[in-house]
Design a protein around this ligand. Structure first.
Ligand code: TTP
Length: 191
């Protein structure tokens, strides 16, 4: 069975490597990530993971793994910021508050499909202007939902989380291992 990572995210490749898994191929899905009117963050995130998989149907002997990470501030979806101005606005909105990070995974093999999602609560400290500007200057926010990456310098801005660290970074490892095993790729027997 071949493992196909259906994601262009370097974080997801690294998280799979943490399990000792090196995909046989990496394919980046191209889908429209615009939320529907009134769509809530969790169903949106589930829909994104499902659509990414639908854009990359598994070939014979392939397991395709796709995922989506969405930052939710109440009912509001904070996607990947378009520019520094939007990143600054996201950080100000998150400052001093707790929010949710949802990561949904979708895997497929033949006509079978597996889906899971994990919701983690993240606390962002109250940010000073120096902290916002200093973090923006690192450029680390680019391409990241909610305009931060907990695994990088933004770690200094996050006093605690309740949930799964790996899910916040982009792939919930326990659920991913479970789904891959169900699809015929047991983590422990691949070494
Ligand atoms: C909140 C958060 C997000 N992120 C990243 C993970 C994802 O790469 C990104 C969310 O965007 P996604 O749309 O989930 O993924 P992507 O566009 O990077 O890749 P693909 O669609 O090809 O799978 O934000 C972090 O790296 N750290 C964090 O703390």
């Amino acid at each position: 069975m071949r493992l196909i990572l259906g994601s262009g995210s370097p974080r997801r490749l690294e998280l799979l490597a943490q399990l000792g898994l090196v995909p046989d191929a990496v394919r980046a899905p191209e889908i429209d990530e615009t939320p529907e009117r009134g769509e809530l963050p969790r169903p949106y995130c589930q829909r994104m993971a499902r659509q990414k998989l639908a854009a990359l149907p598994p070939g014979p002997g392939e397991v395709v793994l796709c995922a989506d990470t969405t930052v939710a501030l109440g009912r509001r979806i904070l996607g990947k910021p378009r520019d520094e101005k939007e990143a600054a606005a996201f950080l100000h909105a998150l400052s001093g508050r707790r929010h949710k990070v949802i990561t949904a995974i979708a895997a497929g093999c033949g006509t079978q499909r597996w889906e899971r999602d994990v919701v983690t609560t993240v606390m962002m400290k109250r940010l000073s202007d120096d902290e916002v500007n200093g973090y923006l200057a690192t450029e680390d926010w680019r391409g990241k939902a909610g305009a931060y990456g907990i695994q990088g310098p933004a770690g200094a801005l996050i006093p605690w989380i309740r949930g799964s660290f790996s899910a916040v970074v982009g792939l919930p490892l326990a659920e991913t291992a479970h789904v891959l095993a169900a699809a015929g790729l047991p983590v422990w027997r691949r070494a």
